[in-house]
Design a binder for this molecule. Structure first.
Ligand code: ZN
Length: 314
């Protein structure tokens, strides 16, 4: 079952390895960690078996900066974890002894060979029980005591919901995150729910809104909210940048822009991308857009539209 949430505690040394792991798109655990037999109410798996259960799309909340872990179970109920990094699993478990992280002086052979692929989808500060729940704090505490193994969190809904629960007008973009007041303000809730929140921010209670490309006023469920620069190629800051987000209609504009039939020039005017197509109906649709001003084009968003143009001419 994909889309589970795991808690993974980062020791101070592991936290230092985090930027390297994120850049390499992977995380690794030691032989000692995976050999452990877990003693949890819901599972008696080994560390290795836990890793083997990881599936693409699962989420791992890695946190650090907690209190002393050598306290009895439940002892972290009132703890604060200084930092959190939410990962999406991108590749399943594999054994890999290639060198990614510098080995510590005391263990020159250490490669953290038990690996899985990750991408960071959000960061957090000051995680407490109000966000993680007791089950989440307990799982994090347990992870801290078992060498940073990912521990399944029971009874808390995944931080990123599945693609299946899309509502009308929502994209299937899995990493959409909306910020009200910077990363600190992000609640540990469904990113899908956050997308709904953005839709509410953008559209309020309005039943209808304008497509930034054709400028027609349409029912909001005919408008999609999407990244100007292809989301999968954005870094985290770009994914979160509201300048990189636009509402385009599902009557054709969103699709024509995404597929690159149209682009927005540096002055904000919609242009046809030179590409061969002989379908008259498509030519008519494109001609109706060419020359209009894109309402989402600003000085701040130009860099994303430029990315879109350059991707098309590449
Ligand atoms: Zn439109």
């Amino acid at each position: 079952m994909a889309d589970r949430l795991y808690a993974l505690y980062l020791s101070r040394a592991a936290r230092e390895n985090l930027p390297i792991g994120l850049a390499a798109g992977q995380w690794g655990l030691t032989n000692d960690a995976v050999a452990r037999k877990l003693d949890l109410p819901s599972t008696s798996l080994t560390g290795l078996e836990i890793l083997e259960q990881l599936e693409i799309g699962d989420q791992v909340l890695a946190a650090n900066g907690g209190p002393q872990p050598r306290v009895k179970r439940g002892g972290w109920a009132s703890a604060t974890l200084a930092e959190g990094s939410l990962w999406r699993v991108t590749t399943p478990y594999r054994l890999d002894t290639s060198e990614v992280w510098p080995a510590p002086y005391s263990r020159p052979q250490e490669r953290w060979p038990h690996r899985f692929g990750i991408e960071q989808v959000a960061t957090f500060r000051d995680l407490r029980v109000d966000r993680l729940g007791l089950a989440g704090m307990d799982a994090m505490h347990y992870s801290a005591n078992v060498g940073g193994l990912p521990i399944p969190v029971e009874g808390i809904s995944p931080v990123i919901s599945t693609i299946d629960d899309l509502q009308d007008g929502e994209t299937d973009d899995p990493g959409f995150l909306v910020l009200d007041g910077g990363l600190d303000a992000v609640a540990l809730t469904s990113i899908r729910r956050e997308q709904r929140k953005l839709r509410r921010t953008r559209f309020g209670d309005a039943q209808a809104a304008e497509c930034v490309l054709c400028r027609q006023t349409l029912p909001v469920d005919c408008l999609r909210i999407a990244h100007v620069k292809k989301r999968s190629l954005c870094n985290e800051a770009e994914r979160l940048d509201l300048n990189n987000i636009m509402a385009a209609c599902s009557l054709g504009c969103d699709h024509l822009f995404e597929l690159g039939y149209i682009q927005v020039d540096h002055t904000g005017i919609i242009r046809e991308t030179p590409r061969p197509h002989a379908i008259l109906a498509l030519q008519r649709t494109i001609a109706a857009l060419v020359g209009r001003r894109c309402a989402a084009h600003t000085k701040a968003s130009e860099r994303y539209f430029r990315w879109h143009r350059e991707a098309l001419s590449a």
